[in-house]
Ligand binder design. Structure first.
Ligand SMILES: Cc1cc2nc3c(=O)[nH]c(=O)nc-3n(C[C@H](O)[C@H](O)[C@H](O)COP(=O)(O)OP(=O)(O)OC[C@H]3O[C@@H](n4cnc5c(N)ncnc54)[C@H](O)[C@@H]3O)c2cc1C
Length: 430
């Protein structure tokens, strides 16, 4: 068996029969055709933040050999190879005063993120990451190299915009960038003792904020170790995250004023809100960046009010002692709720909040305690759940049922038709 693959989530012990690391679309096509001839599957692996089950047999196709970024500053477009992390894109685009609509963690693969829709910490203001996709080069399940866009292979392009498990290996994408250099953002970390005051206020405040305010809140049980900032180590904290893009019309003073109600709830242990370069967007969530074993689950909510906040705290507050490292709520709405210019398969436009839960990174708790704690939280929030799922936030603890119901039946049917056209033998496996 090959060694563990270079993936972020170490909870799955992948066991492919072979590992391939192609360096061009032609080499990817050769791998796909060879697999088809041998009756094997090909499993594309980006940075491995999103694999929710173990790869068993077949060829694990590492896309990191395709990584790279080329920026066209005049057009405001980047060509991004598969396997490229958001950190690499942010670094390449920043010198041009441009930024991609990246996710919360710079270590995440840009292509894997975009295929699921892509929920950015700036999404309420600018929409879904996939709204900015111009075109994609894809090696289909039949081993052909095609360029998909709104005018070329439009059905395949539609599926790439949020369809998540697509019938091919995406080798590169062209992405529109934002002309944005600064963000007012960061986080307020409150002690667990203030959890009820903070979470109920966040519920009320987030329901009213304008679309330029992007926010999420996370209940965190932090390790007593680096790189956690010293005052937070080993503590249960409530982390309110904020990102307000500073365009021509928004000033830092105005942005700070919008956040004032949250600053006043209690005395924060740490306040990192400041004017940041847009390329430092990862500082808003400050997600962990080292590989670790985690079981995750997600859900979408139609609302999050004070009663929902109390329900979360009863299941996962400081007194509950649940074996959960992160319970995160992201405010959706704003541009995320608007119909796309190019029709797409993005799931989650109709939800008001997204929930994402990460179990403690302790494998001994994976069998009983963590699934039980996630189950308790899901039951507590059931009255607010909208029944849908955002595919990028479906984890091992809600597979496979959640991905089956992430899209309405007609979207699922259309995705199946695209798969039947571009990968009839099911060579590309996810
Ligand atoms: C810490 C953390 C923070 C995150 N933050 C966000 C966030 O802010 N917003 C958000 O929307 N999501 C977020 N995610 C989810 C993340 O976007 C998805 O897990 C995404 O799939 C990760 O991309 P990856 O390169 O790691 O893909 P992998 O984990 O390697 O693969 C995931 C899936 O995508 C498929 N895939 C990957 N590359 C290709 C390709 N080139 N062609 C075809 N299929 C491919 C794989 O086959 C697999 O099915 C986060 C995840 C983590 C762990």
């Amino acid at each position: 068996m090959p060694e563990q693959l270079p993936v972020f989530n170490l909870a799955q012990r992948h066991a492919p029969a072979e590992v391939a690391e192609p360096r061009s679309a032609a080499e990817v096509a050769a791998v796909v055709r060879r697999a088809a001839d041998a009756g094997q599957q090909v499993h594309p692996v980006g940075t491995g933040h999103g694999w929710t089950h173990a790869i068993e047999g077949g060829i694990a196709l590492l896309t990191r050999g395709l990584a790279g970024v080329t920026v066209d500053p005049a057009r405001g477009v980047a060509r991004i190879g598969a396997g490229t992390t958001w950190a690499q894109v942010l670094e390449a685009t920043a010198p041009h005063g441009l930024t991609p609509l990246a996710g919360s963690a710079p270590g995440v693969g840009a292509v894997g993120y975009l295929l699921g829709g892509g929920l950015s910490p700036l999404g309420r203001t600018y929409g879904w990451g996939s709204d900015y996709l111009c075109s994609a080069e894809v090696v289909t399940g039949t081993g052909e190299v095609v360029t998909a866009s709104a005018t070329s292979h439009p059905e395949l392009f539609w599926a790439l915009l949020g369809g998540k498990h697509v019938p091919g290996v995406v080798t590169s994408v062209e992405l529109d960038l934002l002309r944005l250099t600064q963000v007012y953002g960061g986080g307020l970390f409150f002690d667990g003792a203030d959890a009820e005051a903070v979470l109920t206020e966040w519920a009320a405040w987030s329901a009213e904020v304008p679309a330029q305010v992007n926010t999420s809140v996370a209940l965190l049980q932090l390790p007593d170790a680096e790189p956690v900032p010293a005052p937070l180590r080993g503590r249960y904290v409530v982390h309110v995250r904020v990102a307000v893009p500073l365009g021509a019309e928004e000033s830092p003073v105005l942005a700070a004023g919008l956040v004032e109600p949250m600053r006043k709830v209690a005395e924060p242990i740490l306040d990192t809100l400041a004017v940041l370069p847009a390329a430092a967007i990862g500082a808003v969530h400050a997600d962990p960046d080292q590989p670790m074993p985690v079981l995750e689950a997600g859900a979408l909510l139609r609302a999050f009010d004070a009663d929902a906040a109390r329900a979360v705290l009863a299941a996962a507050g400081p007194q509950a002692r649940a074996p959960l490292a992160v319970v995160e709520l992201r405010l959706l709405g704003g541009r995320l709720a608007e119909a796309p210019v190019v029709p797409d398969a993005v799931a989650g436009r109709d939800a008001a909040y997204g929930l994402f839960v990460v179990g403690a990174p302790v494998p001994e708790l994976f069998e009983g305690p963590i699934p039980a704690a996630v189950g308790s939280l899901a039951r507590a929030l059931a009255p607010w759940a909208n029944g849908g799922f955002q595919p990028n936030f479906v984890g091992a603890l809600n597979q496979p049922a959640a991905l089956d119901t992430a899209w309405p039946a007609e979207v699922r049917e259309r995705l199946a038709q695209v798969r039947a056209t571009y990968d009839p033998a099911g060579i590309v496996g996810h």
